[in-house]
Every structure is written in C-alpha cells, then in structure tokens.
Design a protein around this ligand. Sequence first.
Ligand code: PLP
Length: 764
Amino acid sequence: MGRTLQNTMINLGLQNACDEAIYQLGLDIEELEEMEEDAGLGNGGLGRLAACFLDSMATLGLAAYGYGIRYEYGIFNQKIKDGWQVEEADDWLRHGNPWEKARPEYMLPVHFYGRVENTKTGPRWVDTQVVLAMPYDTPVPGYMNNTVNTMRLWSARAPNDFNLRDFNVGDYIQAVLDRNLAENISRVLYPNDNFFEGKELRLKQEYFVVAASLQDIIRRFKASKFGCRDSVRTGFDSFPEKVAIQLNDTHPALGIPELMRIFLDIEKLPWDKAWEITKKTFAYTNHTVLPEALERWPVDLVEKLLPRHLQIIYEINQRHLDKISALYPGDVDRLRRMSLIEEDGIKRINMAHLCIVGSHAVNGVAKIHSEIVKNQVFKDFSDIEPAKFQNKTNGITPRRWLLLCNPGLAELIAEKIGEDYVKDLSQLTKLNKFVNDDIFIRDVSKVKEENKLKFIQYLEKEYKMRLNPSSMFDVQVKRIHEYKRQLLNCLHIITMYNRIKANPTKEFVPRTVIIGGKAAPGYHMAKLIIKLITSVGDIVNNDPMVGSKLKVIYLENYRVSLAEKVIPATDLSEQISTAGTEASGTGNMKFMLNGALTIGTMDGANVEMAEEAGEENLFIFGMRVDDVAEMDKKGYNAQEYYHRLPELKQVIDQIQSGFFSPSKPELFKDLVDMLFYHDRFKVFADYEAYVKCQERVSALYKKPKEWTKVVIKNIAASGKFSSDRTIKEYAKDIWGVEPSDLKIPPPNEPREAMEDLKPANAKA
Ligand SMILES: *Cc1c(COP(=O)(O)O)cnc(C)c1O
C-alpha cells in the first residue's frame, strides 16, 4: 500500500486545505508525510496492483473489500553494506498505525490439523487446533466521491484456552508461551517475488486468510435479505449474483475447496449445487508463467494441515478427469498433464489447475501474457473451455502515480485539458494538440528538471554524492530477478565506461544510471547481481577520467514511497526482461505517465505501450517471443556472442578477472558461469541490440526539444494504463457489476439530498 496520509488528503479533496493549515502552524507537511512508515505488505508489482485496484474500485463506486493478512513484519528493509544487501526486520507497527481499526466483534475461528470423521450426516473435520482471526479495517476512500470501501486484514490470535486443555494441563507457563506458535501465522511476509517456497507456515497463512475471509463473506451474505435464514437454500442460489471473489494469483486458491467444504459439510448442499455456485463465484488471475513461481503444494503437507480439503480436492479432480476421459477417450497423457495432482516425484497439488477448474473466468494481465496463458501454458484447459480465458491488461491509479507523486505535471496537464482526466485518463490524448507547442514543451521539460533537482537533493542528503542534473537519469527499479535482466543493464554500464576510457575526448551524453530493488534473501544470484552493480559503481564513480559523464547509483530499500520520488525524476525507464517472461509489469506504466521514455523489449504491457504511443516513440529492441522460442529449439550458445562481439568479450573478461573486485578476483565466478552455461534468460543474445538501441537513446537526448516531444506523445498515449480502465473491464466481463454513477452527497448536506439514493439502492 505504501503511505496513506497524502493519498487520503488527495482523495478527500483536502490536500490544499491541510497544506495551508499546517503551514499556518509554522510546520512543513512534507516533513510530516516523511514520518509515515510504508505499509509494505506485499512483495513487488502483484501487491501494488491490488492496492491500485482498491483505489479504482472505491473511485468507481464498486462495493468491494480487499482481504489480506496484517503482517506484523512486512517486506524487509534493505541496507547496502560493503556493496551487499543486508536485511533488517520491518517493524512497521512499532509506533502504532493510526489508519487501522481493530474489529474484535467480527473475530472468527480458523481450524488446522485434526482428522476427518465419517458420520451419518456426512464427513466431519474434528480434533482440530483453532486459531482466531482478528480483523483490522483500513478505510479506502474513492477520489472525490464521498465513498469509502474497506481493506480488511486478518491478524492471528491464540484462543484463551490454547494448549491448556489436553496434554499440557499443569504446564500453564509453557502454555502461555506457546501462544506464539498460533500467533506466528501473521508474523511475517514471505519475501519471495515470482518464486514458490513450499513452507508449512506459508501454507498456514494461505489457508488462514481464505478461511477467515470466506466466513466473513458468508456471514455478510446471510445478514442480507438475499441470504436470510428463512430461505437458506434458495438464498445460496443467488450467492454468485451477490458475491464475486477474484483470486489474485493462486495464493488464495484454497478458497475453492474451503467454499466447497462450507457448502457440503456445514450448509449440507449436494455436490453439484455446491460446485455450480463455487465456480460461478470464483475467478482467477494468473500473474506469471515462470515455472519456479507456480505453486505446487506437497499432498502430504496438505493432508496433515487440511485433511478434509485434501479429500475435496481429490473429489474435484476425479470429476474433472472423468470429464476429460469422456472427451478424449484413451488419452492418458492428457489426463496426466491436466490432473490437479502431479504424480512424478513426490505427489503435489497444482494450484493453478485447481484455480482454472474451480473458476468461471481465467485471465492474464497483458495481451501477450494472456495469449501465452491460453495457447501455451494452459492450452489443454483452453481447448475444452476457450471462452473461460480472457485478458485484463494491468493498470495503475493516476491518483497516487500522478497527482500525489508528480503535482507539477498533474497541474500542468490540468491547465491544458481540465481536471476531468483524473477520473478518465483516456482524455490525456487531448495533449497531442500541444506536441508542437513550444511553451508546453518548455513547461514539460521544466517540470522534469524540477523533479530531478528535488530527487538530487534527496540523494545528496542520503548518499553524500553530487549528481549532474543535466545528465540523463536512466532508471531500473523493480525486484532483482534474473528474468528482469538487471545484468544486461550492468553490462551496458561497463560498456559505456570502457568507451569513455578508450576515447576520453570523444563527446559522451552524460548519464546517471540508477538501479534499485530488493533481492529475496535466499536468492544467491540476485544478491550477487546487487554486489556486481555496487562494485561497478565503486570503480566508475571514483574514476577521474569519467568525472560527471557517468555515475552509477544503487538505490537502497526500493519501496512505494521511494518509487514516488524516483519515477517523476526519470528520463529513461528500463523495461528489459526477456520476451515472454514479464507478465505485464506496472512500473513501465508509472514511468510512461510521468514523462519518461521507455527502453524495452516486446514483453508484457510494453507491447501495448508501443501500440498506444506508436513503436517509433519507444526504444524497442531485442528478441521477440517467437525469436526466443526459435532459439530454444536451436539451442542458445552464449560463447558465440562472447567471441563475436569484442566489447562484450572485454566486459565479461573484466568481471571474470576481478577488475571490479580486485581484493577478491573470483567473486563473480558463479555469475559469469551462469551467463556462459545456464542463462535461462539469454542476456548475451540481446546485448548487441540493447547497446545499439542505447546509442539511439543518447542521440535523442542530445536534442532536448525532440526528446520532450516524444515524452508528450507518451504521456498522451498512457491513458489506457489507468487501473480505472482495468477495473471497469473486470466489473463488466467477470464480476457482472455496474460501476455506480450515483452522486453521493457529502455527509454534512441535508438528508433530503439522500432521497435520490433510495430507488437506485432498491434496484441494486
Ligand atoms: C510498481 C512497483 C513494482 C512493480 O514494478 P515492475 O517494474 O512492474 O516489476 C515493484 N515495487 C514497487 C515498490 C512498485 O511501486
């Protein structure tokens, strides 16, 4: 979520009044804003996407809840020490959290372990251990519409009789100490991005959020006139009309067997009815096709923790496979491929398969990604139900990612096209009228300059380092991952360094290369990549022959509040993943909206950014998805590039010989070995095209006016990437809900004004 104060003031239309009031008190509101901790309750783009969606749903007037876990420790704080990443605990609640309200009256029990007992009235899950889920509510205000939704996060609490009933009788002290075991469930966020780690505590977290949220949803449904006690059975028929649950990746996949368990074992619905309602209720968003990221939980672990759910998953699978057999008699390989249970090696549950089978809609998050999902990764499933598969291209909220982070640009745009664009970002196309307007061009470049100066001030304070404001700010900020190819960026930095050294008098377009992002603490290669970047920075930044032509900054502890500072100050946005690996990206969209140009591959939403702005207005380079597939067929040979490209050879030889790690020449051996012998992301294959493309970037940057014209074209073309557009598509194509256009009066207006609401509400 990041910070809440400024976002709240903006959405309530109170920012100017608050700024003025604080100023009158002789205080500085920015200083106050800087004191707030980020709520770092997710890893990278996936969690921030959910936050943008909450803002858009409230702004569009959709009655929606965001459910999650109230982690006591969010994503770790990253320190860079001696060039290495060091993790520190994120104790974000230490000074309290003024935005949340505990709701003990809505506390709910969640069961774990135990066994299944077969009774006359059906299976019963018994002898379980209970953990309580305490909800904490955070208001989610819409933008200037007097509407507030709720984000409800669950915190684990031990019941008061925890460990005091059975074998532990008599050891009271130990029993109280053991309450931690239960409360550990919501202690800490697992810090992996795009990587599955099959830990029992993580599985507990996934069931905990799902079990608490489903009880909450069903209680609310039953309290409504649609699910009242007189008509429980007919009432559940209307459940999918009143409730839509969107699964943000497979992390809440257990919601599917959990809702089935509630319908079957508690509400006593027959299987077919329960299954029909469940499928109509759930929809699944896939966020990655990287195999190492797909959740495949060991059957043994699920059986121990959730024995009844395992039975239900087996029953879902049996009926699913029976259908496949009927459609494709004798095709055993297809059955093996499509099973929810993988049988090679230790038995595992494929959670994506469970989500596809248990949902009425499945979507990818950018056009190219949705095509890969439908036609490659889950082709067997789309063969049977092609209409189930959809695309919903991601988006970002223009409130946080323009009004909040870049008020200068937001105001400049408003001067030209009015303020309505904030709620209808497609109106940014009106800026195309001003592409050749010299005054507008000057004003746009002035806003960028001011944003850069402000960011330089921040960096000089934080890093004790002087930066050249007329240099191009070349920025890659995102989680550190091999597929995102920060290494390709690093090879380019070294290439520029070598060119300056070889030809010191030749003109060079000055650059400040900024790289930032967290590596998962257990991801050895990602941590080594950080060390390489900081080591290259140590050499480059201290070489007097280089001077202010080239600087390399490793931006420590990249997080939402830092993104808000660096993105508006960026000239060049690096979006250079291997084609076919980045599902969408949302960082790419934030930069585009804030007046940076993009150097990128034809991957994720970059493809649609190029479609919107015209390919000639982005710096597109490198292999396309088809080229990558062809190379996989022929075999990728890194040595070939190394021997053919002298500048690449020089760069790799330097890394290998210890030029950047003189006190430890072998330091980057694992990294160089990877690049030569097991680089799944083909860094060398795109090196030449990337370096050439960067030369075109520098050439354009030398012509500031031409550069800014392209910037304006990009801003004008970025309207598609509002999360308001994304959410309207989910609402129409998946949830079947209409965005409300009710004008809700402010709370201090007379009650008569509320009369308008009644007929519309009654209809709903
Ligand atoms: C937007 C955002 C991301 C996602 O960036 P990508 O470049 O799409 O991976 C990650 N972290 C933070 C803090 C963000 O704001």
